[in-house]
Design a binder for this molecule. Structure first.
Ligand SMILES: [Cu+2]
Length: 217
């Protein structure tokens, strides 16, 4: 059983983790000795409002991320309400592939819904590597007519960070169900992705065998 556990551990370490630098994220889910887990949908196990709420522009605002791996696919979703459970408003209708480590800041995300002054919402950031498995973090916001996007000085990419926006997806609509966990096939990398999927599946199968054995005992 030990080799299976080692396999799962190495898979886990090989996937990128990240932080939300703005707006204030629910919790520092990168901190050690906590129960947070960025693999956990929808918000890494951080409770709604755990870090208060950031005032955010009603036309859509800035999001800054701290990315820690060579590249990542990026999805940013919005869940409406104080304790959102459906993050079904896409703020990244185009497929985003960010290359480089460091701060990646989007000055103003388009907002496909029209909130009222004082409405609460949660921004959910999802990153994924080539295996398709996803990491999650959330930031709670309140829409304010007085709030402004970050200035150019406050919203800068680290040296070596760049982003490709691939294709033009259909216009997202509020309330239309969508699965935040579904990720498009990586272009031109399908074979490698498939191979990794097999490894992941093998790991999951091994884990289920561990459970069977443990339950059996
Ligand atoms: Cu990582």
């Amino acid at each position: 059983m030990l080799p299976v556990i080692f396999l799962l551990s190495s898979l886990r370490l090989s996937t990128a983790h990240f932080s939300i630098e703005y707006p204030t994220w629910r919790a520092d889910t990168l901190a050690e000795n906590t129960t947070y887990d960025q693999w956990r949908y929808p918000c890494a196990g951080a409770a709604p409002g755990a870090a208060g709420r950031t005032d955010w522009p009603m036309q859509g605002g800035s999001v800054a991320l701290g990315l820690h791996h060579e590249w990542t696919y990026l999805f940013i979703n919005l869940g409406l309400g104080t304790n959102a459970s459906a993050f079904n408003v896409s703020l990244t209708p185009e497929f985003v592939n960010v290359t480089g480590r460091g701060t990646y800041c989007i000055p103003a995300l388009p907002l496909p819904v029209q909130p009222r002054d004082g409405d609460n919402a949660t921004i959910q950031v999802v990153t994924s590597g080539k295996s398709g498995s996803a990491l999650y973090n959330c930031a709670d916001v309140t829409f304010r007519s007085s709030a402004q996007p970050l200035s150019g000085d406050q919203c800068k990419n680290s040296t070596g960070i760049s982003a490709d926006y691939i294709g033009q997806a259909s216009t997202p609509s509020a309330g239309s169900p969508s699965s935040p966990t579904s990720t498009p096939k990586p272009p031109g990398n399908a074979t490698a992705a498939k191979q990794l999927d097999v490894v992941t599946m093998a790991g999951m199968f091994g884990l289920s065998m561990v459970y069977v054995l443990v339950v059996g005992l």
